[in-house]
Design a protein around this ligand. Structure first.
Ligand code: KG4
Ligand code: ZN
Length: 341
């Protein structure tokens, strides 16, 4: 079965073809980062318009790369939510319009399920069950994953997501959008002893997170500078921020593994691309003989491959999820636990 995946929930248009027999056949991505950069963040209306411009050329690109004709597609998976309503509507309408024209079924996919399953696209995928740390721009969650569609939420952020904390703190330091990669590059040059920032909820007895206080701590440090902050001091603050956030993510992940008697940890979502987080997780896991699995770097942030893959896994498990009802609805807010299995 060949599944076309379409991702358009935020600022990346991603298309991909996944074959249940031969794996990922092709994928293509257009990032809108350059377009949104001058506004310091994603402008939803511009995002939607750009998805419209990009979707069909990217479809041609993946079909050409995979040497396939569009009639060879068996089903179309698209991101149904959560995300920006207008952006989601573009992906949904392209998916449903195309499916109607080709007389193929469609399936709406939960964006976070795409992220959760993305490490399974790697050459050495983890086996179920595992603990997943989902760290993206909108979410920070720890889950227990027992199989496709079997997700149990163990803990989540009570306020800002990890990616959001990265982006907001980067903005406070005058760095460009998206802040995650920028602040982590800067942190490489920072002195880890210069600023000891708070580790929110590190010792709470649960697996929840809270990052808005950490962002406020960055704000306070920045405000306490009477003059312009020199580059070295910016790097020191960045280092203090990254170290604090990473410490909490690592500690809670280790606790989740211990509490559930599991040895495999999977990292998903854009913040999973962060090198400091990877280094710290690898070290903590090695000490305890746990294994950590990451998606390929290009599949950490939003992409079409994870949607095509999640669609293929879902349809293999339950073919009746495929529908030929082409009237679509998107779900900008959609908690993962409301996902039907
Ligand atoms: O998963 P994703 O592409 O989109 C959402 O579903 O939210 O994640 C985007 C988030 C942004 O907040 C971005 O700053 C962060 O992931 N991010 C990073 C890195 N690369 C992307 N954060 C820290 N370090 C990185 N290298
Ligand atoms: Zn995402």
């Amino acid at each position: 079965m060949i599944v076309l995946g379409i991702e358009s929930s935020c600022d990346e248009t991603g298309l991909a073809l996944y074959d249940t027999e031969h794996g990922l056949l092709a994928h293509a991505l257009h990032s809108q980062i350059a377009m949104h950069q001058e506004y310091g963040g994603v402008v939803p209306e511009l995002a939607s318009r750009d998805h419209i411009r990009r979707a069909l050329p990217l479809l041609t690109e993946v079909l050409t790369k995979a040497k396939l004709d569009k009639h060879q597609i068996d089903a179309i998976a698209y991101t149904q939510g959560p995300g920006l309503a207008g952006a989601l509507l573009v992906g949904a309408s392209v998916a449903c319009g195309l499916a109607l024209a080709l007389n193929k079924p469609v399936i709406g996919i939960h964006h976070l399920e795409g992220h959760l399953l993305s490490p399974l696209l790697a050459s050495q995928p983890p086996q179920f069950p595992f603990i997943a740390l989902l760290v993206s721009g909108g979410h920070t969650q720890l889950m227990r994953v027992d199989g496709v569609g079997q997700y149990k939420l163990l803990g989540e952020t009570l306020d800002d997501a990890a990616g959001e904390a990265f982006d907001k703190s980067a903005k406070l330091l005058g760095l460009t959008y998206p802040g995650g990669p920028a602040i982590s590059r800067l942190a490489e040059f920072g002195d880890p002893k210069a600023y000891k920032l708070p580790r929110p909820m590190l010792h709470s007895k649960d697996l929840n997170f809270s990052f808005s206080g950490l962002k406020t701590a960055v704000l306070t440090v920045v405000k306490n500078h009477n003059t312009d902050i020199c580059e070295q001091d910016k790097a020191n603050i960045a280092r203090g921020f990254v170290d604090a956030l990473v410490d909490v993510l690592v500690a809670k992940s280790m606790t989740a593994l211990k509490e559930h008697g599991l040895k495999r940890l999977v990292i998903a979502g854009g913040v999973g691309a962060n090198q400091q987080l990877r280094t710290a997780l690898n070290a903590a896991a090695a000490k305890r003989r746990y294994q950590v699995f990451y998606p390929e770097l290009e599949f950490c942030t939003d992409n079409g491959a994870m949607i095509a893959f999640a669609g293929a896994m879902r349809l293999q498990q339950n073919p009746s999820l495929a529908t030929r009802e082409y009237g679509f609805n998107v779900r900008p807010r959609w908690p993962l636990h409301e996902l039907q299995t």
